[in-house]
Design a protein. Structure first.
Length: 966
């Protein structure tokens, strides 16, 4: 095979998938469990033994789920928790706590002699306390001992705590003997066998996973012996096949890419890239990428899984309980969302599901990823009270008792309803609205889930419905062709809604699928496919249609057909052309409550026409879920004839033409009841708006000592004297004036907490303790120094020779490269400070304009520098005009921001953020099924497994035979 050393070989993706470590397998195979891991930290547990022990502990942690509880204690001379603040307790085995425990294990200190009596006593006391107080998993309990040997059996400890109610033993004991050459095998194996556990001996890293997983069939014995009970288990949401530990690797890869980018930029730009402004800009852009957390992503498919255990029910001569495996099926979250008929919930209405632990299965504010493809450290343990933010001005994590009461009712699967005033953030968490919402909740039968539906009070109570339930049938009788209402290419339907679906056909786009079904509906003999029936897959229909949604869609298409026919994008009418040129209109659009979006384009030349339609259709096809739709409906209740104007954030930093979007809601009113039917709007060039603004204000804003701004209802700049300020938050430009606008009740500050944030902690070695050093260590250290020194001289000699060789070819243009004497300095300056991911809380201070039309501030005049500004509302819009006297001094120290800031909680010395969260423990409901004992289990004798050395008889005889001829 020919090899090319300079070619980069393609590395295959790392496959970490093991179904036995997935929550759907573990939770179905065993009932919920409380686990205490006792890690031997005596002086003999060093080197490879410690590495294997850590791997064992981490593998055990990987097998736990959100219905399990766990803690780790290290024991030498004394017994210490691996995480200092997890003393005398068990913590829920969610991703955040598991991550904290793994970090604690990494920092374990080795020394002294193992005190097994103290360790076992501590473990039994904690488990007994949780059992008595009915806390934790309230089912199985187990102690996992990870050690290189035990000197005694400690039968007195087991007799005191675990043998009170024989033959039942409330706590199982599993022992993991570490090391190749160990003497104390008998006693540590007896501990497991005498307490309905299992013993394994591990001497190599490669066998850790297989050996650790032996505890699962043992925990499953009561289930298997029962034979007839197959508990159905539903998991928490998770991201398809990805391993949560991949987040750290992806983040490390991202930092490596950033480091490479910085070095290359330094090569191009030199020391200019190290100027404060450039450094600040680079840091801001990278933070912005972390702050902007997409609500939806194609990188992962989120799902829940329903599963049940499968047993070996045969009668065996030797009593065993054989777990054959687990059977289950995945249920994608997107399919559950479709089943909820989101079009019925209407604009700004939504549904979400809560588990028995209070965690959300899905929610509009569920943000599990950041930086495009990195899962957050604790992405699937987001509590419902962390996404439903009450408008009550409480401090972070000081949750309202009303909200906690509702949460208790939801996780207990009661049925109820409640009005609440909440804060809804949107648009990259830079805008906020205060809305009174109605909540309804009800249990989903045969699952641990509860469905919650919520909608706004002002416009969510009523919904549009067409009068004729057979709209499509009526059109067919009249001889109308349904496809006539879907002519041309300038229309889209909501891409994630389920209008009609064919199980055996695939279509390139939702629109193509819709046209296929419309053709079918126009043919004689069309009958609506059954809705969501309970038929098994082999008898289910090939097609499915949401009849109500399809009827509404066709009705909307018929009544909006004029939008496509009567609006000409190539009009030669003089007035039409003058209107387009004056306002710079590029697109006019219409979206209806049934998910239909239509648009028309206006172009000055054919080149613009070629690409503009594609851009609009790809970015604005979700109808009622688009930001301009939602904001227009909310603005209707401020002033029903007003338009909502917006520009992209930081649009002034871009070199291209800025597009302004304006939208207005259309409500249908009948018998004093109204509901949003559609939103109409248009997009136009910002340059045309700016020109129109200058013409209207005339000389009023042309004076040098006067600055005029147009600001939207969330404080973002629409028009500014300086292009680079367009799209920015006004408080960043002039914090002093923004504070005055808050004081005069033009704007209100609204604090929004982000309980799903990710922080970046220094990844340096945080452990300051010394290791146990042997004489051999110093010898190896000396040899290492000699090797490094020799390599250094070789590299220096090689570099000198190369430099002399290429010196004649060095161009004068390369003089900007850093001199060799500065190599260390520039490397240090461009070197990134490596970090690791950490869950944390952040807060944003957002701004919302008051709705009072007769605000006193609008009638106040400027008064020298005491009030160096005038503010006026702009009619029929969500904007205000702000005129500032530039002659008055500006305080540069006052700078406001809508960017997130870390929340610093009052933590104790040994307390971390994870500990702070666990101190505020909220109620949960144990899964219905708990099978943790069986009368026949005591007759099972199998309790241990270890690597053994077997004599190969054939090879032995062959060797003896050959000896005769030597």
């Amino acid at each position: 095979m020919r090899q090319f050393p300079a070619a980069k070989w393609k590395a295959k993706p790392v496959d970490l998938y093991d179904c036995r470590l997935r929550s759907w397998y573990m939770e179905a195979a065993t009932s919920p469990k409380d686990i205490i891991i006792l890690l031997d930290s005596s002086g003999s547990m060093k080197g490879q033994r410690l590495d294997i022990a850590k791997k064992v502990v981490n593998t055990i942690l990987d097998t736990l789920g959100t219905n399990d509880f766990v803690n780790i204690f290290t024991f030498g001379k004394t017994v210490e928790p691996a995480v200092k603040c997890f003393e005398e307790t068990l913590v829920q085995a969610n991703l955040g706590n598991i991550r904290e425990l793994m970090e604690g294990v990494d920092n374990v200190n080795i020394g002294n002699i193992a005190n097994f009596t103290a360790a076992l006593t501590k473990a039994f006391e904690v488990l007994e306390q949780f059992r008595t107080e009915q806390r934790g998993a309230q089912c199985n309990q187990a102690i996992m001992i990870v050690s290189d040997g035990a000197p005694f059996t400690y039968a007195d400890v087991f007799e005191q705590y675990n043998w009170r109610d024989l033959p039942f033993k409330p706590v199982r004991v599993f022992t993991y003997l570490i090391g190749k050459e160990v003497a104390d095998v008998k006693d540590i194996k007896w501990m497991a066998c005498a307490n309905q556990g299992y013993y394994v001996h591990l001497s190599d890293m490669a066998e850790v996973r297989e050996m650790v997983l032996n505890y699962i069939p043992v925990m499953a014995r009561p289930l298997v012996l029962g034979k007839n009970d197959h508990p159905v288990v539903w998991t928490q949401v998770y991201a398809d096949f990805i391993d949560p530990k991949m987040s750290d690797w992806l983040w490390e890869t991202k930092q490596c890419d950033d480091q490479r980018e910085d070095v290359l930029e330094f090569r191009r730009e030199g020391y200019r890239m190290l100027e404060p402004n450039e450094v600040h800009k680079r840091i801001y852009l990278r933070n912005k990428a972390a702050w902007n957390q997409p609500l939806e992503s194609d990188t992962y498919q989120f799902m829940t899984t329903v599963s049940m255990p499968v047993y070996d029910r045969r009668m065996n001569a030797t009593k065993i309980a054989n777990l054959l495996g687990v059977a289950g099926t995945d249920v994608p979250i997107r399919d559950i969302k479709r089943m909820l008929s989101p079009f019925l919930l209407g604009v700004n209405g939504y549904a979400f599901i809560v588990t028995n632990n209070g965690y959300i299965l899905f929610h509009p504010d569920f943000r599990p990823i950041f930086q495009g493809n990195i899962l957050k450290p604790a992405y699937n343990s987001v509590d419902m009270i962390e996404v439903e933010l009450l408008d009550d001005d409480r401090a972070a994590r000081d949750f309202n008792p009303v909200l906690l009461t509702i949460r208790d009712s939801i996780i207990n699967q009661s049925t109820g309803s409640k009005w609440m005033l909440v804060k809804n953030h949107f648009d990259e968490m830079k805008r906020v609205a205060r809305i009174k919402r109605q909540y309804y909740w009800r249990a989903i039968p045969n699952t641990p889930f509860t469905l919650v539906i919520t909608y706004p009070e002002q416009y969510g109570v009523h919904r549009l419905a067409i009068r004729a339930e057979n709209e499509i049938h009526r059109m067919n009788i009249k001889g109308e062709n349904l496809l006539n209402y879907f002519g041309g290419k300038r229309w889209r339907i909501h891409p994630t809604w389920l209008y009609c679906k064919h199980n055996n056909k695939t279509f390139a786009t939702p629109e193509e699928e819709l046209v296929w079904f419309l053709n079918k509906m126009s043919q004689p003999g069309w009958r609506w496919p059954l809705s969501r029936s309970a038929l098994p897959p082999e008898h289910a229909a090939l097609m499915f249609c949401d009849r109500q949604l399809m009827q509404s869609l066709v009705f909307d298409a018929r009544v909006t057909e004029w939008f496509s026919k009567n609006t000409s994008f190539n009009s030669k009418d003089d007035k039409g052309n003058e209107f387009k040129q004056r306002f710079g209109i590029t697109v006019a659009f219409l979206a209806t409550h049934s998910g239909l979006t239509r648009w028309q384009e206006f172009h000055s030349n054919m080149a613009e026409e070629a690409g503009a339609g594609e851009v609009f259709s790809e970015q604005n096809k979700r109808a009622i879920d688009e930001m301009w739709y939602k904001r227009a409906v909310d603005q209707h209740f401020v002033h029903k004839d007003s338009f909502v104007y917006s520009v992209p954030f930081d649009a002034g930093d871009l070199g291209e033409e800025i597009t302004v979007t304006a939208s207005n809601a259309v409500f249908h009113t009948e018998s004093a009841k109204s509901a949003p039917a559609a939103v109409v709007g248009f997009q136009f060039h910002h340059s045309a708006l700016d020109k129109l603004f200058r013409n209207i204000t005339g000389n009023g804003c042309a004076v040098e000592d006067r600055e005029c701004y147009v600001i939207d209802n969330n404080g973002f700049i629409i028009i500014s004297p300086y292009r680079q300020e367009i799209g920015k938050f006004f408080g960043e430009i002039n914090g002093g004036i923004m504070l005055r606008l808050v004081e005069e009740k033009v704007f209100k500050q609204v604090v929004v907490y982000d309980y799903q944030a990710v922080c970046f902690e220094s990844s340096g070695d945080m452990n300051a303790s010394n290791s146990l050093l042997s004489p051999l260590f110093h010898v190896l250290r000396a040899l290492k120094w000699l090797l490094h020194t020799a390599l250094w001289y070789i590299v220096q000699f090689t570099n000198t020779a190369i430099a002399e060789f290429i010196d004649p070819y060095i161009d004068e243009d390369m003089s900007d490269y850093p001199a060799s004497t500065k190599t260390t300095d520039w490397l240090r300056l461009v070197t990134l400070h490596r970090t690791r991911l950490k869950s944390c809380d952040m807060q944003r201070v957002l701004y919302l304009m008051y709705n009072e039309k007769d605000n006193v501030a609008f009638n106040m005049t400027a008064h020298v520098c005491e009030r160096p500004f005038v503010v006026l509302p702009i009619p029929n819009s969500n904007m205000i005009l702000l005129v500032i006297d530039q002659r008055c001094p500006r305080d540069p120290s006052i700078q406001l921001s809508v960017n997130p800031a870390d929340i610093h909680y009052p933590l104790d010395k040994n307390q971390t953020f994870a500990c702070y969260k666990n101190d505020r423990e909220f109620s949960r409901v144990r899964p219905v099924s708990c099978i943790n004992r069986h009368i026949n289990e005591s007759s099972i004798e199998l309790c241990g497994k270890a690597g053994s050395i077997y004599i190969n008889v054939i090879l032995l005889m062959l060797g003896l035979s050959l000896c005769r001829y030597l």
